[in-house]
Design a protein around this ligand. Structure first.
Ligand code: AMP
Length: 417
């Protein structure tokens, strides 16, 4: 795979005069987008992904490139939607870069073309949300291709640096890489290097911690990792499908009834393979899903029928922490409970704390796999540096660990132009 180093070597270390289209991942969480849009615009609640995009952009700017950033925000429906404008994100990027960033109010329209052709060496512009264009996510190759043609027309070179989207076959991730000389950016390169360590040569014990709301999102990764990990710890909303599979009552907790048999299959397979599958022994429950619902701790085998499980209990959290602390490699995806509410954040906090101890002595590798887990550790006040690696892509890292081919990476492997 060609990198920015390759590009610099080919061009004698100087990118001046080159218009470089960078696919970044600026998909930050927003505070109530619809309501905020009505007043002063969306508010960024965690700028981790913007920060993670900065080094590649800085590197290109430092080499004199004219940088055009293309990215998405949220899930608009293929048409402009002010609730999902990238304008405030472009402003944040400018603050982090310490230099004004231009903003085009369209992605491939007149404004984008005008800005792209007027850009000076070392200047940065952000294009409006790429998902305001139906071609970006279209399943129709021709429609996606036509949009990719328009994107490619804005630039001379493409840098793929949006790790959170490399598992998507989308115009600004995949098709544009067949239309311009394309290289991988520093962020994607770093993410892939860490994931390679997890898949190829994990130091043992290798512990995988999974949580979050849905089992069905994590089936592929459980399936794949049962053959590779030494211990699999399961918490979060998905745990109730496993508890049900063991024959325990789960009250009104999240439950994916249609996955109970699958969960049973995993419990059996883990036992047959000698993989330690650790489920919680106690659960924090409440009568309803709300911040101030009265919380109590019950046995994981006896959740009352009118209560829902919203966090793993203290005994389970300690057990999880022990297994994690004894590991040399840990991958964690998905919070252990509804960490957004103080009363149900303790399990996630204890697990996060244990992960920091794996990385602390420099001996172990702890990887926080994107999305909600990354937001959770920051919300709970942990420093990014306390972890070996915080991935910017939850879905992408899970698909990589499932052993899937990621379109945005495989397309960079050949020379398509
Ligand atoms: P995911 O996107 O699948 O990683 O899920 C993340 C979400 O799972 C977070 O917003 C948590 O609040 C939620 N979550 C974690 N544990 C539970 C639970 N026991 N019940 C309901 N939601 C949960």
């Amino acid at each position: 795979m060609k990198t920015i180093d390759t590009l610099l070597a080919e061009l004698g270390g100087d990118l001046s005069g080159q218009r470089v289209l960078v696919r970044s991942d600026l998909n930050v969480p927003l505070d109530a987008p619809a309501a905020a849009a009505a007043s002063s615009g969306p508010v960024i609640t965690d700028d981790g992904r913007v920060r993670a995009s900065v080094p590649t952009i800085e590197r290109l700017v430092g080499a004199g490139a004219r940088v055009l950033v293309v990215a998405h925000l949220g899930r608009p429906k293929g048409v402009p939607d002010p609730a999902y404008t990238l304008k405030p994100v472009a402003e944040r990027l400018g603050e982090l870069l310490g230099t004004p960033v231009l903003f085009a109010g369209d992605t491939v329209g007149d404004e984008a073309s005008r800005i792209a052709s007027a850009l000076q060496d070392g200047q940065v512009a952000v294009l409006e949300n790429v998902r305001f264009n139906a071609g970006e996510t279209s399943k129709d190759d021709a429609e996606r291709g036509a949009f990719a043609d328009q994107l490619a027309a804005l630039a001379d070179v493409f840098v793929s640096d949006g790790f959170g989207v490399v598992h998507r076959k989308q115009a600004s991730v995949y098709d544009v890489a067949t239309r311009l000389p394309a290289v991988v950016g520093g962020l994607v390169q770093a993410e892939v290097e860490v994931l390679e360590r997890l898949t190829e040569t994990p130091q043992r014990p290798y512990v995988v911690v999974l949580g979050g709301s849905k089992v069905s999102d994590k089936l592929g990764v459980i399936d794949h990792l049962i053959d590779r990990a030494d211990s699999l710890l399961i918490g979060g909303g998905m745990v109730f499908t496993f508890l049900k599979a063991q024959g325990h009552p789960v009250g009104t907790s999240l439950l994916e009834e249609d996955q109970v048999e699958v969960a049973k299959g995993y419990i059996d397979r883990a036992a047959a393979k000698g993989v330690e599958l650790v489920l919680p022994t106690d659960i924090v429950v409440a009568p309803e899903f709300s911040a101030d619902a009265p919380a109590t701790t019950v046995s994981a085998q006896a959740i009352p029928e009118d209560q829902m499980g919203l966090d793993i209990g203290p005994e389970s959290a300690q057990r999880f922490a022990e297994v994690i602390r004894a590991a040399r490699t840990v991958f964690w995806n998905g919070p252990m409970g509804v960490f957004e509410y103080e009363a149900f954040a303790a399990g996630t906090k204890v697990v996060a704390q244990a992960l920091t101890e794996v990385a602390k002595n420099g001996q172990g590798l702890s990887v926080v796999g994107g999305g909600d887990s990354a937001a959770a550790v920051r919300t709970l006040g942990f420093d990014d540096d306390a972890f070996g690696h915080i991935s910017t892509g939850g879905g992408a890292s899970l698909e990589y660990l499932e052993g899937k081919t990621l379109p945005g990476l495989s397309i960079l492997e050949g020379d398509h132009t």
